[in-house]
Design a protein around this ligand. Structure first.
Ligand code: SGN
Ligand code: CA
Length: 520
């Protein structure tokens, strides 16, 4: 061989060997991924977040072995939109799924799942999906149609059929997830998303958990009787426990237990229905005998809400424990990245509310925990601002797969592993739906200390909060004397974010003038 050719040959061979080694190393390191996404689960109800409403020993296991993100937020606090953001790593105005009422997900667009699959992963989504169109980019999926049902749920199958699976939805979803893990191709790393319906309305617990909190009286939140003074949007919402929570549908108080027309109850088997009646009927009879009104009734409703909600969450936590046990029992725990999160936060009586949507802390913030053995130090507590927008890039980062440039989030791994890493200094939020629960569309910015919100469509107003002085967000300072400078600064910063994320709709609204004291 000619000497130059030999040199080239050696270089080529060396390059090939290096390339293969790099690939092998990368594959050796590529973690499996399990993401558990629940629905409407409030951080206030999780003991790892310091909540003392109940204990969540299994979510706490993730915290002990990994990181609790104290400042995990969503870009748009509602179900379908949040899942679309998680999948695409893009804000709602970019991925097209702005609200539950008028959007349907364009499944042909890119997602982190598709990128992982190209990078050698096997992918599956099992359980609640709620994106209207069929999942795309998965090796396997089996999803609840729409919101799904708590008892004996139907599932949409990949072959176009529907299948009813007997049992309680949280257990069933976990069973199906484990069955998929049992039969997966063990030559490849996997990414499995477990979509739990719990703890969505109507907070229907597993029969095994009926009554587990009946001996407990929960402290009524000190903002339960909020007057909404100075906050126009809060004045027109329809998500008050006292006013809007329905006695039959939500709280299971039916005058006639033999002929309940509600779907969730009608689906029960005779045995399940007998247990349902045996638990709720005496509560109804007791309530009837007491003739409660006013604050007494409002507080009775709050206690019932808490008891059902937390009992529903108990099964969720137990089934998260089953996922973790499965990983341990199959020697997968050390090489599997586990994420637990909700699609958003939830009001547990704060401001007198249930539901979410508002950019106020309880619904804007979501529980978010990440366990990644060997990478994230056990017991990490992070106060960096992170968002559901960051899930897609984070998973790709962990898998060593390139992050597409048009994803708008950032990998969380730097801020979770490096003390000196600098994360975001502000969060951008935009909620669009203008329907059920009457929450006005709004967008805004949150910084370390302040929050500035612009409501539009249903009400036109601005709100400003000093979170240091007013963490419960009761005093709207917008337009108040002395706050001109900070308002101007936040407006500018908000404008910067609107432009950064290219939110044209918000951009136009920023320009529109409304009376400065429109909210007061
Ligand atoms: C349903 C619920 C609402 C809830 C939305 C959105 N009503 O419409 O209370 O806000 O879902 O929830 S219900 O009577 O049908 O339960 S989300 O989880 O999909 O965002
Ligand atoms: Ca939800």
């Amino acid at each position: 061989m000619h000497p130059t050719m030999t040199k080239h040959f050696i270089l080529l061979m060396a390059g090939l060997v290096w390339g293969l080694t790099a690939l092998a190393q990368q594959q050796g390191k590529q973690p499996n991924i399990v993401i558990i996404i629940s629905d409407d689960h409030a951080f206030q109800a999780i003991s790892a977040y310091g909540g003392n409403l109940m204990q969540t020993p299994n979510i706490d296991r993730i915290a002990k072995g990994g990181a609790v993100l104290n400042r995990g937020y969503v870009t748009n606090s509602i179900c379908g939109p949040s899942r679309a953001v998680i999948l695409t790593g893009k804000y709602s105005h970019k991925n097209g799924f702005k609200d539950n009422e008028n959007s349907s997900f364009d499944g042909s667009q890119n997602t982190f799942i598709k990128e992982l699959r190209k990078g050698g992963y096997q992918t599956a989504w099992i359980g609640k999906w709620h994106l209207e169109t069929e999942p795309q980019g998965f090796d396997y999926w089996q999803v609840l149609p729409g919101q799904g049902q708590y008892y004996n749920p139907d599932f949409q199958m990949m072959d176009g059929t529907q299948k009813t699976v007997a049992g309680y939805v949280t257990n069933v979803t976990e069973d199906l997830a484990e069955q998929w893990l049992d039969r997966r191709n063990t030559d490849k790393p996997f990414c499995l998303v477990i979509g739990q319906k719990a703890t969505h309305r109507v907070w229907l617990p597993d029969t095994a958990d009926f009554g587990m909190f009946d001996k407990k009286t929960f402290p009524v939140p000190d903002t339960y009787y909020d007057s909404y003074a100075g906050r126009k949007a809060a004045q027109v919402q329809e998500m008050s426990v006292a006013e809007d929570m329905i006695m039959g549908y939500d709280l299971k108080m039916y005058p006639d237990y033999d002929s309940i027309r509600e779907g969730s109850v009608r689906r029960m088997s005779p045995t399940q229905k007998a247990q349902f009646d045996a638990y709720y009927k005496p509560i109804y009879q007791d309530l009837k005998s007491r003739n409660l009104t006013g604050r007494e009734l409002a507080e009775w409703k709050y206690q019932r809400y808490m008891r059902d909600y937390l009992s529903t969450a108990a099964s969720l936590d137990r089934n998260i424990g089953r996922t973790l046990d499965y990983l341990e029992q199959h020697g997968l725990a050390e090489n599997t990245l586990v994420v637990y999160m909700s699609d958003q936060g939830f009001f547990l009586g704060e401001h007198g509310w249930f539901d979410k949507r508002f950019m106020y802390e309880e619904s804007f913030r979501t529980p978010l925990l990440v366990r990644y053995p060997g990478v994230i130090k056990p017991g990490t507590k992070s106060d960096h601002f992170v968002m559901n927008l960051d899930i897609a890039p984070t998973m790709l980062d962990a898998a060593g797969v390139a992050i597409p440039r048009d994803m708008q989030g950032a990998s969380m791994l730097p801020v979770l592993t490096d003390k000196n890493a600098k994360g975001r200094d502000a969060l951008y939020y935009h909620y669009y739906e203008n329907g059920e629960h009457a929450v006005s569309p709004h967008f805004g910015i949150k910084t370390d200390r302040y929050k500035l919100i612009r409501f539009y469509k249903r009400v036109e107003s601005w709100e400003l909060y000093d979170l240091q002085k007013d963490p419960r967000e009761l005093h709207n300072l917008y337009g108040r004397k002395g706050y001109e400078k900070i308002t101007a600064r936040l407006r500018k910063q908000l404008e910067g974010l609107v432009d950064k994320y290219d939110d044209q709709g918000a951009h136009e609204l920023m320009e529109k003038k409304i009376a400065d004291n429109a909210s007061l």
